[in-house]
Design a protein around this ligand. Sequence first.
Ligand SMILES: NC(=O)c1ccc[n+]([C@@H]2O[C@H](COP(=O)([O-])OP(=O)(O)OC[C@H]3O[C@@H](n4cnc5c(N)ncnc54)[C@H](O)[C@@H]3O)[C@@H](O)[C@H]2O)c1
Length: 362
Amino acid sequence: MAPTYRAGIIGCGSIAHAHIMGYQPLENVQVVAIADPVREALDEFGDRYEIEKRYEDARQMLDAEQLDIVSVCTWHKLHAPLTIAACARRPKAVLCEKPMATCLGECDDMMIAARRNKVKLAIAHQRRFNAAWNEARELILSGAIGQPLHIVAKGGQGLLNDCSHYFDMMRYVMGNPQVEWVMGNIERKTDRYERDVPIEDRSAGIIQFDNGAQGLLLQELGERNYPGRTFHGQGGFLYGSDGVLEFDEQQVRLLSGKSGKWEERIVQGEDASIGQARELVDWIEDKVEHRGSAENGRAAIEIIMSIYESARRHEVVNAPLGTHASPIQLMIDAGDLPPERPGHYDIRAFLLRGETMRPDEV
Ligand SMILES: NC(=O)c1ccc[n+]([C@@H]2O[C@H](COP(=O)([O-])OP(=O)(O)OC[C@H]3O[C@@H](n4cnc5c(N)ncnc54)[C@H](O)[C@@H]3O)[C@@H](O)[C@H]2O)c1
């Protein structure tokens, strides 16, 4: 009989639902325990999914439950400390939410903790399991648009949050090329935060990949959707030497140089969270390497931090990035980004519960 893996979830907010909905259809995974310091969140989630073991302290859960799989579903700043805490208890795998961490140094600490405890660490860039993204990937890698030249995406909510998916997307659909250099800039005229991490008001980045393609990411610059197009979730535009590909989470449009015509495909598949969870189990059983492995999660953070570093140093930043702190935080601390319109605000403060207005009050 196949073993049953005991899973636990740290952080019972919005994305935790996607994790449990990924595990539930799998016969050999059972979510046995959850942790969240907010009693209301813990009980709401526990009641809904009928989970009895509930902990207000994640470390108590990790010590008591001998988990095989740990999902880290807290805000970004807690990804590194709680992943490291989970790894220290030696589960078989940890699935940590994106963005992997708030700087490159934290990513490296997480990977060291995983390695020294022999834990498989994956980052939840779950769109790697989306059917339309995979269709786009197959078309690109099979040469349907020739040599990829430019890949363009438009995001918001700061580079770290929303855009970590877009940088991961650029690499994934092109077969995970390495980055050669990055050039970027940011504007921060207000004291803007996203889930308690300082972010810029607007930004842009150019990424040179080692497959010859250049990526362009625009964050809060112009409309996210292109005129005349209905978008279903995240996606991008890829211009090749012999065609063009547009894709989002439901559809792929291909303009082939050979046919000279647009071809449209609506692509559907299973929920990406299920594919992500299933591949985690397969990775535990050494059948495959998880496509969202920590190396790929780290690569997205390295691009983001390289854009910030390019803005900080006013230069092209060659890979690998040597700066392990967060360059946007360094700029703020050095007084290089004084908000012209002062006053801290967090674009995700609405997620907090009760009277809490800052996460450190939790
Ligand atoms: N992969 C995706 O597409 C996707 C989508 C949404 C969110 N996310 C990511 O998921 C993470 C969580 O976002 P969210 O929207 O679920 O936030 P949320 O505020 O809805 O949930 C976070 C939960 O963590 C709890 N928490 C706080 N401190 C904790 C601690 N020390 N131990 C355990 N729990 C603690 C909070 O009480 C809250 O219930 C973020 O990093 C975000 O970027 C990813």
